[in-house]
Structure formats: C-alpha cells, structure tokens
Write a protein that binds this ligand. Structure first.
Ligand SMILES: Nc1nc2c(ncn2[C@@H]2O[C@H](COP(=O)(O)OP(=O)(O)OP(=O)(O)O)[C@@H](O)[C@H]2O)c(=O)[nH]1
Ligand SMILES: [Mg+2]
Length: 363
C-alpha cells in the first residue's frame, strides 16, 4: 500500500489535518435535497381533505416546527384550511393526574366512533418533557382508540412553553376540523395553568373528579369548577359507588352557589365508570344537550368568535414578548438594569421605560 492510499483510509489521521468524511458529495447533496423535498402546502391540504392521516401528522409537525421557513409555510397551510373547516365540537377534559381522563377519552371516543363520528384526541401537557411517561402512558391507555380508523391521537409537542403548546393545539384543531373530525377531545392536567388555556379554546369544558376526596386534596382550584360545564365523578364503581352517589348530590348542591354562566347553561353532574364503560352515554347526552342549548341562543358561534379575538390578542402579546426578550442587546441591558434596581439606583418603572425605548430604536 503506497503512502497516498494510506492517507485515504478512515483510520489514518495526519497530525493537524482532519480527514474528509467518507461520504461522497453526491450522497450529501441527495440527502439535503430529500430533506427539502417537503410536500407543498397544496399537497398537504389535498392529503388532509382526503382523510390521509400521514398528511395530517406531517402538517402538525410543520406547525410545531421552530424553523422560520416552516412557520411561514404553516401559516399558509392554516389559512387555506380555514376555508375547508367543518363543523365540530371541541371538548376540553381536565382533572388531576390519575382521575381517569385517558380512560374516559378511550371510552367516549370508542362510543362516538360507534355512532359514526370521527374523533381526534389532542393532549396539552407542557410538563410532559419533564415527566416523560405521560404521553407514552396515554397512548397505551387508549389501546382501542389508537387502532380505530376513525380516531386520531396526537400528543402535544414535548418541551414547549405553554404559549407554544397552546398555539400548536389551536392550529392542530383547525387541521383536524379540515380533515373532517367531528369531535375534538383535548386532555389536560388540571393542576396548573394549562386548563385555563384549554378552556379558552373549547366549546365544552369537562371536569373529572373522584368521590371522597376534598378539592384541596385533589389539587382542584375553585376557578376550575367555575369553568366546568359538567362535572363527571369518575370511578363510580365497586366500593366507590356509594361515595360517588353522595358526591353527586353534594356537587349538585354546591354548583348552585356558583355564578350563572353567560350561556345560561347550568352545569350538571354525571356519575361514570370509564373503565366499566358506564355513564359514557349520559355524558355524551349532556354534551349534546349543551350544543342544542347554546346553538339555539347563538351563543355557540359567539363564544368561538370571542375565543378568536382572545387568541389574536394573546398571539400579539406572546410574539411581542418573544421579540423583546430574545433580543441579545436587550438581554444584556436587562442584566445591567436589574443590577441598578437591586442597588436602588433606578426605579423598576424607569428601567422598563428605558428598555422599551431601547427596543424601539433597535427594531
Ligand atoms: N376503578 C376504576 N379505575 C379507573 C377508572 N378510570 C380509570 N381508572 C384507572 O385509574 C388509573 C389512571 O387512569 P388514567 O386514565 O391514566 O388517568 P389520567 O387522568 O389520564 O392520568 P394522567 O394522564 O396521568 O393525568 C388507571 O389505572 C385506570 O385503569 C374507573 O372508572 N374506575
Ligand atoms: Mg392521561
């Protein structure tokens, strides 16, 4: 083997000279081209409209992307979808971890597909990147639904901020409605901020509870009960049934003390055993009753319009905040200003005004 040939082997290293990757230029350019070979927005829309779930999944991945070019493409796709959006009902499902949300969704989803409806399940869980198992767990607890051709399950992008997850979920709802899903079920853990976010994007908000444990014990805040259009007492089976019946009476009484809803709807309490498939029909009947009640009064559409206004303003707020805090000069100056405040040399308001003026000159 001559010296030149030796230089070409992958194992040989000349001091100070890094060997070229043993990949041909042709292969690299092919790989890059393939990566760019993303389907066009027209192809994606066509796929979504024809019920192709792979196209739907790809479109959701596109809207979840942080890449600027993808974001621009996603905006076009969403805008084109708006013309094709079909009627649906968006249902938010919340409750403390372990109350049975996923089991309930599995039962309700299966029940609805048997009625001939198409069901999409989305999960809002910004903490899932930390807790990891939650999304995977959901998938396994929805065994039947995962295999059901009339159901589509999509967990939220892990590791995102709540603002990011919320935007993606809102846009995913639009995509699912374009694909013709009649019922959109959105699962969220009822212990943080996410349920307020979900409440502002759904038509009907369902709170799952357990009998026998106080609100404090269940980590449920009063505000969440106020948001609920229905309370489902889950795990009303076996030894728990008597306590569940009692809880129903108590909740019905307690709900009278909450202020009346703008829709004129009185929240109701339903007993359910998601695991035994009991009370699922009663829960759906209640949701249907709510739909006809709010449709009659024109409230259903009004609420969606109000939600759109809220999301427009929320989106502006989020983007302005991002622009501000992601600016490097601002980040540096912010540190200096914080020091000045700590040393009592400047007031927080003067510092804020200074930073905002600086941002204005930078943009
Ligand atoms: N006895 C009984 N157990 C139930 C019922 N529904 C759910 N479970 C059980 O409760 C546990 C938690 O159920 P999940 O559906 O995963 O609860 P979850 O609210 O989705 O939980 P997170 O996603 O972790 O917040 C599982 O072991 C279920 O089998 C029910 O109606 N009765
Ligand atoms: Mg779950």
């Amino acid at each position: 083997m001559d010296k030149e040939q030796l230089n070409k082997t992958a194992l040989q290293e000349k001091v100070g000279v890094s060997n070229q990757e043993p990949t041909s230029k042709h292969a690299i350019s092919n790989l890059k081209k393939k990566r760019q070979d993303q389907p066009s927005t027209a192809t994606l829309l066509e796929g979504i409209l024809s019920g192709n779930t792979a196209a739907l999944s790809r479109s959701i991945t596109l809207i979840e992307s942080h890449n600027a070019a993808h974001k621009a493409k996603a905006n076009i796709l969403i805008e084109n979808c708006l013309k094709h959006q079909k009627p649906s009902i968006r249902i938010g499902i919340t409750g403390v971890p372990g109350v049975g949300k996923s089991t309930f969704i599995e039962a309700l989803g299966t029940y609805l597909t048997a009625l001939g409806k198409k069901v999409a399940v989305l999960a809002v869980d910004p903490s899932s990147s930390l807790s990891k198992g939650s999304i995977l767990g959901d998938k396994t607890r929805m065994d039947a639904l995962v295999k059901n051709p009339n159901a589509f399950i999509r967990p939220s992008a892990a590791g995102d901020s709540l603002g990011g997850v919320a935007r993606h979920t809102r846009e995913t709802i639009t995509l699912c409605e374009t694909a013709g899903y009649d019922v959109i079920l959105i699962e969220t853990v009822g212990v943080g901020q996410s349920e307020t976010t979900v409440h502002s994007m759904v038509d009907f908000f369902l709170l799952l509870k357990l009998a026998g444990a106080g609100d404090e014990l269940q980590g449920i805040k009063r505000g969440i009960i106020e948001m609920a259009d229905a309370i489902i007492i889950n795990k009303a089976d076996g030894d728990n049934l008597t306590a569940a019946k009692l809880a129903k009476v108590e909740f019905n009484r307690a709900l009278h003390f909450y202020p009346a809803k703008a829709s004129g709807w009185t929240p109701k309490v339903v007993l359910c055993s998601a695991i035994k498939n009991k009370g699922i029909d009663a829960a759906w009947n209640l949701i249907s009753e709510y739909m006809s009640h709010t449709n009659k009064k024109g409230y259903f559409t009004k609420k969606r319009q109000e939600q759109n206004t809220f999301w427009l303003l929320q989106s502006i707020e989020n983007q302005l905040k991002d622009q501000f805090f992601q600016n490097e000069t601002i980040a540096k100056e912010l540190k200096t200003q914080l020091e000045l405040i700590t040393e009592n040399k400047r007031s927080p308001f003067a510092a804020a005004e200074y930073l905002l003026n600086l941002h204005k000159t930078l943009s």
